[in-house]
Design a binder for this molecule. Structure first.
Ligand code: NAI
Length: 328
């Protein structure tokens, strides 16, 4: 029998945590034959609720779940971790400036990065979900110099899935017929969902849509502002869809992309497509053997270039801001 994989979830008592943990424990993250041990990290005020969630996990009698540890100490929660899902973050509250937000999150992601550096398993893979996700991932990565930088990723898979769904709705295609869509840049309102290389049942998606005004004025803002629309409708931010995207991100990273398709992940840039090296920016990637590679050689047209550049500029500005705060 296989040794269990250690999966750490931070912010485990939050709403994404509640939607995420049961799917990890039932085998959707790593596969139906991979036993898991869960490590839940919370702040002291969240520990009791995390214990309640752990009781429910017990009550599911999941055959793959080999243990649950709960802690408010990052060194304990990341000890031996193979997959770290960094979900807990400091939300922007009323009157908070962007600099305050970055600083508050630096106070979370810097020590967590250090704890991953000092205690995680050699093969650790990290996904940052907590916002501002790309820059939080950069802060954690910078605090973990002994871990290969490429193990630190941030989530744009929810944006990717939203874009696939919107494109399917517009064209009447099945979501499974849509391939090679790309989210570029930051997980923020500046993100750029690119359909120019996407395919719908083998045909070029931009040609099938054949309506640049729809792309510019409807598709892109609908995808970019979907989070706000969910809050408006549900009275709470996206949780189940965010958890689902986190499952998809790690599952694809570990098990690979399908032949003839790719996915979107925010990863440390190697300078491809003019994205400054080291920024954690979303790219089209293929995955195989537990590793990812940026899809190379795509032609970036006049519609796409300024949109990618604007989102990347926002990331560069965030990097400067956290550098100024001494977080890098
Ligand atoms: P939530 O507020 O329901 O839960 C957050 C949890 O994190 C709370 O239980 C809190 O106690 C905990 N927490 C705070 N600081 C912590 C720390 N230092 N260590 C451990 N736990 C800590 O929030 P929700 O809805 O679960 O969202 C979590 C994050 O995910 C937010 O930052 C949200 O903006 C982000 N998000 C990102 C998405 C993406 O696509 N990248 C999509 C949706 C949400």
């Amino acid at each position: 029998t296989r040794t269990p994989v250690n999966v750490t979830v931070t912010g485990a008592a939050g709403q994404i945590g509640y939607a995420l943990l049961f799917r990890i424990a039932s085998g959707h993250l790593l596969g139906a034959d991979v036993p898991v041990k869960l490590r839940l990290l919370e702040i002291p005020q969240g520990l009791k609720a995390a214990e309640g969630t752990a009781m429910e996990l017990d009550d599911c009698a999941f055959p793959l779940l080999r243990g649950i540890d709960i802690s408010d100490d990052p060194a304990t929660a990341f000890d031996g971790t193979n997959v770290a899902l960094l979900v807990g973050a400091r939300p922007r509250t009323k009157g908070m400036e962007r600099g305050d937000l970055l600083e508050a999150n630096g106070g979370i992601f810097k020590p967590q990065g250090k704890a991953i550096n000092d205690h995680a398993a050699d093969d650790v893979k990290v996904l940052v979900v907590g916002n501002p996700a790309n820059t939080n991932a950069l802060i954690a990565q910078a605090a973990a110099p002994d871990v290969p930088a490429e193990r630190f990723t941030a989530m744009t898979r929810l944006d990717h899935n939203r874009a696939v769904s919107q494109l399917a709705a517009r064209t009447g295609a099945a979501v499974s017929d849509i391939k090679k869509l790309t989210i570029w840049g930051n997980h923020s309102a500046t993100q750029y969902p690119d359909v120019f290389h996407a395919e719908i049942a083998g045909k070029n998606a931009a040609e099938v849509v054949n309506d640049e005004a729809w792309l510019a004025d409807t598709f892109i803002p609908t995808v970019a502002k979907r989070g706000a629309a969910i809050i408006e409708a549900r009275g709470a931010s996206s949780a189940a869809s965010a958890a689902n995207a986190a499952i998809d991100h790690v599952h694809t990273w570990v098990t690979g992309t399908a032949e003839g398709d790719w996915t979107s992940m925010a990863i440390p840039s190697d300078g491809s497509y003019g994205v400054p090296e080291g920024l954690i920016s979303s790219f089209p990637v293929t995955c195989a053997g537990g590793r990812y590679e940026i899809v190379q050689g795509l032609e970036i047209n006049e519609f796409s270039r300024p949109r990618i550049d604007a989102s990347v500029q926002e990331l560069a500005d965030e990097r400067e801001a956290v550098r100024g705060l001494g977080l890098l």
